[in-house]
Every structure is written in structure tokens, then in C-alpha cells.
Design a protein around this ligand. Structure first.
Ligand code: NAD
Length: 569
């Protein structure tokens, strides 16, 4: 990728305030969000352009990064910039209501759609791994996933421990304290539980401790188990990062006869070469092995994954609640090792999230382009005022204010859905909130525009058979028309940035997914765009799940007047 660019060294994060470098706020928002992705507080390895999730990058090379910034500064209000795998490749006159930036990352033609071809093309400088929100400039640090992790664990505790005490007294064992996985200890403690998380890279544990996501660290598994048990017995929330390979940790626990209440994992297992660490090496030794002998690295990495999955299955056998947390570790060992029962434990979407997707509910996020935390505080108030009946949402916002530190641009996440009701003029939850923010910007109560975006992991925006679309009711898991329709519809509705990627979360060839950004600058144009995008986008979740035959989605379509042609087919 070359040496970090001088411009990046100067920015080291998003520019803030009300003066802009670009021709308009839509272009400026793209420039700020790209730089926010690469803020050293936000990104995992910004000097390599890596934002999170293994090698998820924001731009293909430092030259491409410089070129994107130059294009954005020149881009007119009626032009659209094309970004192909992190490199600007074209600029066309379109019109004011069209997107300002269109992004396609990591996409390959079906027969070539695997890591081998990807790596070949990457080595030639022709493609980039965009993960989900890395290459689409929507990553906001670990705070971006925290609510999703919190909600997943809350739903798990409701299903398995329906005593209203959340995870109190329960021990959750997991692995991976990277950009996304780092949210796990805090999400567990927010649910009053105890978390033991394995992480091979001590610097990552330190980072989570510094930012308040994890409480303690140790090299000693006995100490970790002891302290976890004590905390669970006294009903205290507690988290500890254990500096160890996750596969070794699970085996060590089983040897000691220790079985946690819940077991999962968020190491970067989707990428056996550049994401997951094989057992038997320090991080430095493994990094050296990867450079010197990548084939051996991959074999040892997959061997460790096999032991890792076996450990999870054994714990499940002993009574632990097990689920895969979206890193495709089951798919990896099923495809590359002879593990026929890898899918005997479920993925988190069918287990805990799908009912929300049926209602168009997903992770809606927004960032204050001013850089002023006060602007987010005002949006926190606004969302609570707008939905006074949603106790759960109020609790989340209070907890987030108290416990989640901002990284880079002040931002917030909350799960909002369609739920418009059947009045002709009624708006979806997402649209109501976006329009309220737009009004607050127009009234000067918020000091600069706010950009609203979301994860690619959303209700109607992903085809990912081992994750978001695992075990769909009608068997449509691998049908990838949906995310493509979602991206096209986002363009038609006038989102300001629209992207479509391959491979995020689960690795090349395993998923297609799309996302959008809308810049709320207080204008009528922003209102028009927000009204449309935040209806059509969650609406895709409703129609996708109604088409697959989910009762909740059909009920949502009926209640909210969403047209689903041929629904009684
Ligand atoms: P990351 O690359 O930033 O972090 C992964 C971490 O795992 C690193 O700190 C690495 O040192 C550690 N690690 C790797 N192998 C290990 C091993 N064998 N034992 C212990 N630690 C090990 O990735 P991330 O952004 O945290 O994402 C983690 C995984 O979760 C990815 O596969 C990603 O695609 C997936 N993911 C899931 C969701 C979700 O909603 N569930 C969202 C985003 C990402």
C-alpha cells in the first residue's frame, strides 16, 4: 500500500468544525468519514490502511487515498465519483439528487470468487478487501458494533435465562479483541455478566482496557477462571482478556473441567491467512511465518480452527449455549477440514437477530461531522423524545452515554426499524428520526450536518449463507439478488454514498452486501432524500423476509402498508 501519505499524517482523523474543504457538505461528509475510518483511535492498523476485520481497508493504496481526497475536493454538487476497490476510477456529471459517491469493493465473478483469486489480483494491485464498513467509510470504531453485541446477548439471555436478570451470574467465553470483537467484554458486562476473552495479541487487550471495553488482563488461565467464577457467584459484572490462543484456551478450560454458560468467538477466522492466528506461535513469530511460508501458515491456521470449533462443540455438549458470532469459523472447518458437525451450533442471526430483520430493524448509526460531542448528546435526547414508549431504547442510550467512549467523530448507534403504521403519511422509525435530526441541524440546535449510515449487516442488504441469511425459511440463503437490489434502490432513493461489497465478515466468496450514507445538512434536499432512503432501505428488509415466508415480516408489511407483490403466491 506504500508509505502513509503526508495528508493522512496531517489529518490523523476526520477534519471537524463548520468550515469545509469541498464544494458541498455531501462531498465533505465523504472526506470526513474516510478520514474518520483511518483515525488512529478508530482503525486497527491505519498506517497499512487497515480499518478492522482482518485486512478490511479504506483505500487500496496511499496513492489511491490521496487521489480520492483530491477528487472529493473537486467534486461538484451534480457529479458522482466512482470508487472501485478503494481507488477512484471515474467522475461523471449526474444530478443533484443522485449519490455523490458510488463504491464497489472486492467483487469477483462467481467462478473466480475465492481468496486465491482475490490474493492474486490483490498482489497485482487490482482489488482491495473492503470488509463491510471499512471500504464504505462507515466504520466508527468498536462503538459501532457494541449495541449489536449487546442486543444479541440480551436476546440470548431472554431466550435461555428468562428471569429478567440478563447475564447476571453467567460466564461467557469468547475469543478475539479486535475492532469488532473488542465490544464483547463490554457488551457482556452491560448485560451484568462475566466475560473471559482469549486474545493472542497483547496490544489489542491493552487497547480494549484503555478504552474501557475490558477490565483486566492476565496470562494465567487458572487466575482468569477463578476470578470469573468469584464474580459470577457474587453476581458482579466482570471482564478479563486472557493473552492466549483461543483454541488453546478452550482446550485448557475443558481439561480443567470448566464449562462456561455461553461460548462463542470473534477472532478473524474468516481469513485463514491474514486474520486468524495458528496455535504455537507468538504474534511476531506467526507474522514471520506468514511472510516466509504462507501455505504452511494457512494449514496450521486451519488446524487450529478445527481444534477451536471442536472445543466449542465439546462445551456445547457439556451444556454451554454455543453460537457462531459471524466470523465463518464453522464454514472454514467444514470446507477445509473434515468436520461434518461444525454447523451443529447455530449462527447468531437465525438464533437471535432474524425476528428484528423481519421488522426492518437493524443497526442505524450516525456521526456528528462537527466533531462536537454535544451534537450527539442532542441526538440522544431527540431519539428518546421521539420514541418515549421504547424503554429498551432509553436504557441503551443511557448506558451508551455512561459507558461507551467516543472514538474519532462522536457517533451513536441504535437499532431502528420500519414500523411505520398504516396511515398514508406515516413514516418509518428510521425516517422519523432522520427528519428530526435534519430539523435540529436546520434550527441550529446541532452545530453542523450529521451523517446517517449503517452496517452492511442489516435487514435487507446482505446475502451471506453462513451468517445473515443462514437457514432462511425458503432456502434462499445464497440468492445474492437482494443486496444488489438494495444498492440499486439506495441509488434510486438518492442516498449520498452507496456501496456494494463481497466477502465482509465471512470472507471472499461468502457474502454480498450493501450500505448507504445520507447527509443531514438541514436542507429540503436532505429531507427529501432521508424520507425516501429511510423508507426504502428498511423496507427491503421487510420485503426480503416476507418473500421468504416469515410471519413477522408479513405482519409488518400488513401493519405498515408495504407492498409485497405475489405475497400469497
Ligand atoms: P480484527 O481483525 O480487528 O480482530 C481479530 C482479533 O482476533 C485480533 O485481535 C487477533 O489478534 C485475534 N485473533 C486471531 N486469531 C486468534 C486466535 N486463534 N486466538 C485468539 N485471538 C486471535 O477483527 P474484528 O473486526 O474484531 O472482527 C472479528 C471477526 O468477527 C471477523 O471475522 C469479522 O468478520 C467478524 N465480525 C462479526 C460481526 C458481527 O456482527 N458478529 C461484525 C463484524 C465482524
Amino acid at each position: 500500500v506504500g508509505e502513509p501519505s503526508d495528508q493522512w499524517q496531517e489529518y490523523r482523523g476526520a477534519p471537524t468544525g463548520t468550515d469545509i474543504e469541498c464544494e458541498g457538505w455531501r462531498q465533505e461528509a465523504a472526506l470526513r468519514m474516510l478520514n474518520n475510518n483511518l483515525d488512529p483511535e478508530v482503525a486497527e492498523k491505519p498506517e497499512e490502511l487497515v480499518v478492522y476485520g482482518g485486512t478490511g481497508r479504506a483505500a487500496r493504496s496511499w496513492d489511491a487515498y490521496d487521489a480520492i481526497l483530491a477528487e472529493l475536493r473537486e467534486l461538484d454538487d451534480d457529479e458522482t465519483l466512482l470508487v472501485q476497490s478503494g481507488k477512484p476510477v471515474g467522475r461523471f456529471q449526474t444530478h443533484e439528487k443522485a449519490p455523490r459517491v458510488l463504491i464497489a469493493n472486492s467483487n469477483l465473478v462467481g467462478k473466480w470468487d475465492d481468496w486465491d483469486h482475490f490474493h492474486e489480483l490483490e498482489a497485482k494491485g487490482l482489488i482491495m478487501y473492503g470488509q463491510m464498513t471499512a471500504g464504505s467509510w462507515a466504520y466508527i470504531g468498536t462503538q459501532g458494533i457494541i449495541q449489536g453485541t449487546y442486543e444479541t446477548l440480551a436476546e440470548l439471555s431472554e431466550q435461555h435465562y428468562p428471569d429478567d436478570r440478563g447475564l447476571e451470574g453467567k460466564i461467557v467465553v469468547t475469543g478475539g479483541l479486535g475492532g469488532m470483537g473488542g465490544a464483547q467484554p463490554l457488551a457482556v458486562t452491560m448485560n451484568h455478566g462475566v466475560c473471559i476473552a482469549a486474545e493472542v495479541d497483547e496490544a489489542r487487550i491493552d487497547r480494549r482496557i484503555e478504552t474501557g471495553y475490558c477490565q483486566e488482563k492476565t496470562d494465567d488461565l487458572d487466575e482468569a477462571i477463578e476470578k470469573a467464577k468469584e464474580a459470577a457467584e457474587s453476581g458482579e459484572a466482570y471482564s478479563v482478556g486472557v493473552h492466549v490462543n483461543a483454541a488453546d484456551m478452550l482446550e485448557g478450560m475443558l481439561e480443567r473441567g470448566f464449562v462456561p454458560d455461553v461460548v462463542t468467538d470473534q477472532t478473524s477466522a474468516h481469513d485463514e491467512l491474514e486474520g486468524y492466528y495458528p496455535s504455537g506461535y507468538t504474534v511476531a513469530e506467526a507474522d514471520e511465518l506468514r511472510d516466509e511460508d504462507p501455505e504452511r501458515y494457512v494449514e496450521e491456521s486451519l488446524d487450529t480452527m478445527e481444534r477451536h470449533v471442536r472445543g466449542i462443540l465439546d462445551m456445547q455438549e457439556e451444556g454451554a449455549v454455543a453460537f457462531e458470532y459471524g466470523n465463518n469459523i464453522r464454514g472454514q472447518v467444514q470446507d477445509h477440514r473434515d468436520v461434518a458437525d461444525a454447523f451443529d451450533y447455530p449462527g447468531f442471526v437465525p438464533a437471535y437477530i432474524r425476528p428484528l430483520f423481519c421488522r426492518g430493524k437493524g443497526p442505524f448509526r450516525w456521526a456528528a461531522l462537527s466533531g462536537d460531542p454535544e451534537d450527539i448528546r442532542r441526538t440522544d435526547e431527540a431519539v428518546k423524545e421521539l420514541f418515549p414508549e421504547k424503554d429498551h431504547l432509553h436504557r441503551w442510550i443511557d448506558l451508551a452515554q455512561e459507558r461507551v467512549e467516543f472514538q474519532g467523530l462522536p457517533s451513536r448507534v441504535c437499532w431502528l426499524g420500519y414500523q411505520a403504521g398504516d396511515d398514508e403519511d406515516s413514516l418509518t422509525e428510521r425516517a422519523r428520526f432522520a427528519l428530526r435530526i435534519n430539523d435540529l441541524v436546520a434550527e441550529g440546535e446541532i452545530s453542523a450536518p450529521v451523517v446517517v449510515t449503517r452496517d452492511h449487516l442489516d435487514a435487507g442488504s446482505v446475502a451471506s449463507p453462513n451468517r445473515e441469511t443462514e437457514a432462511m425459511k425458503d432456502g434462499s440463503d445464497a440468492v445474492a439478488d437482494w443486496p444488489i437490489l438494495n444498492a440499486l434502490l439506495n441509488c434510486a432513493a438518492g442516498a449520498d454514498i452507496v456501496s456494494v461489497h463481497d466477502g465482509g465478515g465471512v470472507g471472499i466468496g461468502n457474502a454480498l452486501h450493501a450500505n448507504n450514507h445520507v447527509v443531514l445538512d438541514g436542507s429540503d434536499l436532505a429531507e427529501e432524500k432521508a424520507r425516501r432512503v429511510f423508507t426504502t432501505d428498511p423496507g427491503m428488509g421487510v420485503v426480503r423476509h416476507a418473500d421468504a415466508g416469515y410471519d413477522e415480516a408479513i405482519a409488518e408489511a400488513d401493519e405498515s402498508n408495504v407492498a409485497v407483490p405475489m405475497r400469497d403466491r
